[in-house]
Ligand binder design. Structure first.
Ligand code: ATP
Length: 466
């Protein structure tokens, strides 16, 4: 466990050193005056502060100490400050408490008492941080690995929790990356089958020729190269759960065989004659419209009815309200910890971009972008550029500002005319129906004149330039 950081604000170096040794379980940082205290409180983010009220330039009085207390309270309102002051200064102590100090100690300090007071302050801080962390967490979904505050998603999690107790087949429908496999795992792990295995198989990723033997296993000599008996994934999932991902890609020949297994809970290995009884729960997932595929004959309707006793439609991320931001913050905290990076959060450009992006790759895309952002961020805040997201257009309110709208339209027309006329101002002026002096004024007002020569066309047309 990392030691908590303690800021000691004390102008007497000998006493400061003595105090440093008094707290071997803390990482102690020492400030000698208000400015240093302010700077260290910001930079080091200590868990608590021990503050001497007699600080320069008023070491005999308390004005500077109180000023420092106020600065610290403003800067880090959650950080407990323990105040030290000379004997008999009861009024000062009460004033310090009124100003938000956590506790006080009289000088000369009794180190044992001081340690107890500081320990209590640190403990309080720890509890408060834990509370904040819990409060910041979304209304926890009953499914451990699914983070959401979106009502429909929370309902889905509730359904999953209930369905985990029974063995009916469940079909999960939804776009790629929406969390179908995570929900399938939850169906397994939250129910009585958790003791046995959860066996996933991606029906689209395994070549058709191998898929049958992967699912059902094979006997020795069943085909060329079958040198030994192999059990398939269905058998491996006995007493557990088989997760058929991309079930819409199951070839027709296997659809019939899978149907038999679903009806009777009996399989035969490829090349074998002995029926093997299994007890397997089947959860399947697809992002294809299976109903439509039954109409074209691409997918067997009787198999679909077996698979979809219960269907759960998992909404895409863009339809889950504030979930993108919530998940982004959650992933950022996770990756910052994983990569040991001191990152505080997203800057406004990132927050806006996260809210505006349509997330075609859903939670998987979001997780990947945030992982990249956590690695790439230069400072303590992740920007839209770190996430490789473009900053959204100005807020819709800005569109209502007629002057701003006019300026945007003007700039856009100017840029297009410049591009079309290859930088020639004469032609730009003609295209826009204004005089050349007006063009100069426009270029100036839009900050487009600096460093570029618009008088002559560039030697190479822009599209050919590297
Ligand atoms: N709500 C969520 N909270 C936290 N992590 C999530 C959430 N939804 C998905 N994930 C994570 O996002 C990743 C992608 O999810 P998952 O593989 O379950 O999606 P999928 O719908 O099965 O995708 P595909 O159809 O492409 O297989 C996984 O790492 C998963 O743990």
């Amino acid at each position: 466990m990392t030691k908590p950081k303690l800021l000691i604000v004390e102008d007497d170096p000998a006493l400061a050193t003595q105090l440093r040794w008094a707290f071997p379980d803390c990482r102690v940082v020492i400030a000698g005056d208000r400015a240093q205290a302010k700077q260290l409180a910001e930079k080091e983010q200590p868990a608590a502060t021990l503050l001497d009220l007699g600080l320069p330039p008023d070491p005999e009085g308390v004005t500077e100490g109180f000023a420092t207390l106020e600065v610290l309270r403003r800067q880090a309102p959650g950080m407990p400050v323990v105040v030290c002051s000379g004997q008999g200064q009861r009024e000062n102590m009460l004033r310090a408490i009124a100003l938000g100090a956590y506790d006080f100690c009289e000088k000369p300090v009794d180190l044992a008492v001081l340690r107890t007071v500081v320990d209590r302050a640190l403990r309080l801080r720890e509890l408060e941080e834990e509370n904040l962390r819990l409060a910041a967490m979304p209304r926890t979904s009953p499914v451990r690995d699914i983070i959401t505050a979106n009502e429909p998603m929370l309902r889905i999690c509730g359904t999953v929790e209930r369905l985990a107790q029974v063995s009916v087949p469940v079909l999960l429908l939804g776009e790629s990356g929406t969390g179908k496999e995570a929900l399938a795992r939850a169906l397994h792990e939250m129910g009585p089958r958790a003791k046995a295995r959860f066996v996933p198989i991606n029906c689209a990723a395994i070549p058709e020729a191998l898929l049958e033997s992967e699912l059902f296993g094979h006997e020795r000599g069943a085909f060329t190269g079958a040198v030994r008996q192999v059990t398939g994934r269905i058998e491996a999932a006995n007493n557990g759960t088989l997760f058929l991902d991309e079930v819409g890609d199951l070839p027709a020949s296997l659809q019939a065989k899978l149907l038999r297994f679903l009806q009777d809970q009996v399989i035969e290995r490829v090349g074998g004659r002995t029926p093997i009884r299994v007890d397997v729960r089947v959860v399947s997932a697809t992002n294809q419209p299976l109903e439509e595929q039954t109409e074209t004959g691409r997918f067997r309707a009787d198999l679909l009815y077996r698979l979809n006793s219960l269907t759960i439609r998992v909404p895409p991320l863009r339809e889950r309200g504030d979930d993108p931001l919530l998940l982004a913050r959650w992933f950022l905290a996770r990756y910052a910890r994983e990569f040991s990076r001191r990152i505080r959060g997203f800057d406004p450009s990132a927050t806006q971009a996260i809210q505006a992006h349509p997330w075609p790759g859903n939670v998987r895309e979001l997780s990947n972008r945030v992982r990249r952002g956590a690695l790439m961020a230069d400072g303590q805040l992740v920007t839209a550029a770190d996430l490789e997201l473009s900053e959204p257009d100005p807020a819709p309110e800005a569109d209502l500002d007629i002057r701003a709208a006019r300026l945007r339209a003007e700039r856009s027309a100017l840029e297009r005319a410049l591009a079309r006329s290859n930088g020639s101002l004469t032609m730009t002026a003609r295209l826009l129906g204004v005089s050349r002096p007006t063009i100069y004024a426009l270029l100036d007002s839009h900050g487009l004149s600096g460093g570029r020569n618009y008088f002559e066309p560039p030697a190479t047309p822009p599209e050919n330039q590297k």
